[in-house]
Write a protein that binds this ligand. Structure first.
Ligand code: FAD
Ligand code: NAD
Length: 477
């Protein structure tokens, strides 16, 4: 290990490794510290990637079941759980191993260990398997320590039946019943996986609706599917107690989700707690620097992602929401450019959000809900997928695409999509928002036929009352 470096990055998730790689590409001398054998962080080892591998399998299972409606019957699926796990692990190893190679090719010093601060210019790094820390002085440090699962307040139960996202992704078995606590990203994605594998899934969400941050018209489409794949979806309901019983975890509910005459206690083979994530801002020795941490536990940064300590930057989940991999990577690049002396700011107009359920739900830029909160006048145009040739060939007419537009400038401010493949489609929306495209730009752009991307073009045509495949004349002023 060198004794000094120009840039050291603490944490090798999608924020940290993207920053380290970019800094090396710009010619800086870089060290990257993480406890894992290769870069990857939560996203690659226990987040985005393993969950999407499992969701792909869930999609295949669901499609195969649905194929009966098209005259094709496969019979009941046989699930080899070890092989399923091996597939997921292979994907993770391939990607993290690849990142290890890329790190070496860039001559980055990758240190497998945990870092803390001795002062604003020195790290104490304890390598895996060693007890004595080694010192590394730096010109600039980037903190990219990410986040960890939140726990349920007041619940102290320790049980192998009680899972967080990390243990649920290990798919220890296919439980007969599963309670998912929290109807957000993780609960709905992993609930979808387990339901497809054959588990009876119940979702409990404390707010009045699933995915509280997203527009209701989009969520309603997904909610119908989630309800059909689940035993029950209990909204406005909380878990107040859990205790281990002989046959599972006995859970006590409180709230309006349960019918008045239904028992308030139910037993589940397993429980997944997915009620949000907490930032890893308790980096040892951080109090020996001037870095500030907010009341919610996020490291405070300026638009260039610099902390109150000029030599230290911070990026990714540890600095705030949305806690998304692509947001972390982008912040990493901003921080590195700032270190390189550029005048830069992290000021995206659109950070795409994608929930990889079936159907997928994606949005970017201004949401209708936020427009209402801000009392901002917008025009919302919707194109139902029932009018899309491509959607019908997939037998998926349940989707919807909508544009949120400025009525005066016709500028695209936000895009929302629900339907299979929404996660891929939203990228066009992000480009439209970032490039300042207006409804005319979008409708004049020739989209390939028959594709779901045409629904974006036709949503723009709806704005003018001239969509080819829906009859919605423009209201006279
Ligand atoms: P992380 O990926 O959390 O990495 C931080 C790293 O820092 C970790 O490896 C940690 O061990 C290390 N570290 C912590 N403290 C220290 C220390 N003191 N010294 C050295 N190293 C340290 N986001 C998406 O955009 N799309 C998805 O599909 C998606 N799916 C997800 C599914 C699940 C189940 C989960 C849990 C999350 C998902 N996310 C997804 C969120 C995404 O994983 C995070 O937003 C992203 O990983 C944040 O990146 P990061 O670089 O900030 O930190
Ligand atoms: P989340 O914030 O998405 O959802 C948590 C849900 O739990 C919310 O709906 C909240 O109202 C509910 N909740 C909180 N306390 C509760 C309680 N006591 N009882 C019942 N419900 C309760 O959090 P998450 O699903 O844990 O995911 C964490 C973060 O990870 C996400 O916000 C997202 O940033 C990231 N993530 C992203 C993806 C993706 O991009 N596809 C996938 C997974 C995770």
């Amino acid at each position: 290990m060198p004794q000094s470096t120009q840039v050291v990055v603490i944490g090798a998730g999608p924020g940290g490794y993207a920053a380290a790689f970019y800094a090396a590409d710009l010619g800086m001398q870089v060290a990257l510290v993480d406890p894992a054998v290769n870069p990857g962080g939560v996203c690659l080892y226990r987040g985005c990637i393993p969950s999407k591998a499992l969701l792909h399998v869930a999609d295949v299972l669901n499609e195969a079941r649905h194929a009966e409606a098209w005259g094709v019957t496969f019979g009941a699926p046989k699930i080899d759980i070890d092989k399923l796990r091996a597939f997921k692990t292979k994907v993770v190893n391939q990607l993290t191993g690849g990142l290890g190679q890329l790190s070496k090719q860039r001559k980055i010093t990758y240190i497998q260990g945990t870092a803390g601060f001795r002062d604003a210019r020195t790290l104490e790094i304890t390598r895996e398997g060693q007890s004595q820390p080694e010192m590394l002085t730096f010109e600039h440090a980037i903190i990219a320590t990410g986040s960890r699962p939140s726990t349920l307040p007041g619940v102290t139960l320790q049980s192998p039946r009680l899972m967080d996202s990390t243990s649920a992704l290990e798919v220890p078995d296919v439980p007969g019943s599963l309670l998912v606590v929290g109807g957000g990203y993780i609960g709905l994605e992993l609930g979808t996986v387990y339901a497809a594998l054959g588990t009876k899934v119940t979702v409990v969400e404390m707010t009045p609706g699933l995915l509280p941050g997203a527009d209701r018209d989009l969520v309603n489409v997904l909610a119908r599917r989630i309800e059909s794949m689940s035993e029950a979806v209990l909204l406005n309901t909380k878990v107040v107690a859990m205790k281990e019983g002989k046959n599972g975890i006995a859970v006590t509910f409180e709230g309006e989700g349960l019918p008045a005459d239904a028992p308030k206690e139910r037993t589940f083979d397993r429980v997944l707690v997915s009620v949000g994530r907490r930032p890893n801002s308790a980096v040892p020795g951080l109090d020996r620097t001037r870095v500030k941490v907010s009341a919610r536990g996020f490291i405070e940064v300026d638009p260039a992602r610099r902390t109150a300590e000029p030599s230290i930057y911070a990026i990714g989940d540890v600095v705030g929401e949305p806690m998304l991999a692509h947001k972390a990577s982008h912040e990493g690049r901003v921080a590195v450019e700032s270190i390189a002396g550029e005048r830069v700011a992290f000021e995206p107009l659109a950070i795409p959000a994608v929930v990889f359920t079936d159907p997928e739900l994606a949005w970017c830029g201004l949401t209708e809900t936020d427009a209402q909160k801000q009392k901002r006048e917008v025009t919302v145009t919707r194109f139902p997928w029932a009018a899309s040739g491509r959607a019908l060939t997939l037998d998926r007419s349940d989707g919807m695409t909508k544009l949120i537009l400025d009525p005066k400038t016709e500028r695209v401010l936000g895009v929302g999509i629900v339907g299979p493949g929404a996660g891929e489609l939203i990228a066009e929306g992000v480009l439209a928002v970032e490039m300042g495209a207006n409804a005319t730009d979008v409708r004049m752009t020739i989209h390939p036929h028959p594709t779901l991307s045409e629904t974006i073009m036709e949503s723009a045509e709806v704005f003018f009352g001239q969509a080819t495949h829906v009859y919605r004349p423009r209201k006279k002023a």
